[in-house]
Design a protein around this ligand. Structure first.
Ligand code: BV8
Ligand code: ZN
Length: 250
């Protein structure tokens, strides 16, 4: 059950800002049927991240890594954005300055209509050539067990950031800049354990920006929050949106 008083407090705090950052993780896609990483049915339960989400793993056993990613890519074909994604697209239209920074690679924010999306960890629909570096959008296409580049024949890899890899510099810089300038950050559906992404919440906190957290359970980010709303993003965000609509945009 959503705490009504906390919901109203969150709406009052967010209602007065003109520059908002939303920072999302796997929890925002959970109600779309995309498994989270560290939850009960988490992705990392079946596969250990070190075995399948690192450059070393790919070098050692590219077939296993592609099996892991093809499984997730093929599931993407069946999933749709949920109300949490759609409300964040509504937020983008309401707040004069709005940036959506996501750790998710499922592309559901864009599918829900969000335009200014910064994908810190890449995108599962895209592949990148290990030879010529070309990037191809293969969303919705089934790939073989060792897909090759149509331009140079080298092995393709998922265009995602693995553990031990740097985040795309331009995306990271833009995310950091957005958090440096925001008046508030809305943190949705992340365990806030993966760095440097999770560090964005600390940057906001050091600046004294307002922090609102929406999550099923308390996380490291909740400790930094001005308001922490416990519940499903697909239920809490629509309720927050209803409260926000009662407050005139500053
Ligand atoms: C880097 C793409 C450095 C791939 C991902 C030791 C060895 C090596 C590295 C490290 C190390 N110690 C620390 C590190 C750094 C490492 C790291 O942070 N590790 C953690 C695990 C300790 N980070 C890195 O390696 C990063 N790179 O540091 O490079 C470097 C420096 C110099 C030179 C070279 C390199 C790269 C990190 C990126 C890894 N890639 N994903 C793929 O997806 O396959 S990370 C992966 O975790 C996803 O991106 C995911 O988004 C991210 C975070 O997880 P969450 O999104 O938070 O999901 P999670 O399941 O954890 O939580 C979901 C939350 O939602 C839960 O709280 C749950 O309660 C809640 N929830 C569930 N349902 C709902 C809900 N909330 C609301 N509503 C619901 N319905
Ligand atoms: Zn190539």
């Amino acid at each position: 059950m959503i705490d009504e008083s906390q919901l109203r407090r969150a709406a009052a705090l967010l209602g007065r800002v003109t520059n908002l950052v939303a920072f999302t993780g796997a929890g925002v896609s959970a109600e779309s049927g995309v498994p989270t990483f560290r939850g009960a049915e988490g992705v990392w339960k079946e596969f250990r991240a070190e075995e399948v989400a690192t450059p070393e793993a790919f070098g050692r056993d590219p077939k296993l890594v592609w099996e892991f990613y093809n499984h997730r890519r093929n599931r993407l074909a069946e999933v749709q954005p949920n109300p949490a994604h759609r409300v964040l697209a509504d937020f983008e239209r309401r707040f004069p300055r709005f940036t959506l920074v996501t750790q998710n690679i499922d592309g559901l924010h864009a599918l829900a209509g969000s335009r200014n999306v910064l994908e810190l960890h890449g995108n599962l629909g895209r592949v990148r050539c290990t030879g010529c570096g070309r990037v191809f959008d293969k969303r919705g296409e089934r790939l073989g067990e060792l897909p090759a580049c149509e331009a140079c024949g080298a092995l393709l890899r998922p265009d995602v950031v693995w553990f031990g890899e740097l985040l795309p510099q331009d995306v990271w810089s833009a995310s950091l800049a957005a958090v440096e300038e925001c008046e508030a950050i809305l943190v949705v559906g992340t365990s806030a354990v993966v760095y440097p992404a999770a560090g964005l919440v600390e940057v906001a906190s050091r600046r004294g920006a307002t922090i609102v957290v929406v999550n099923l359970e308390p996380t490291a980010a909740s400790e930094l929050a001005d308001v922490s709303l416990h519940g499903k993003a697909g239920e809490v965000l629509p309720a927050l949106w209803e409260e926000l609509k009662l407050i005139a945009t500053p």
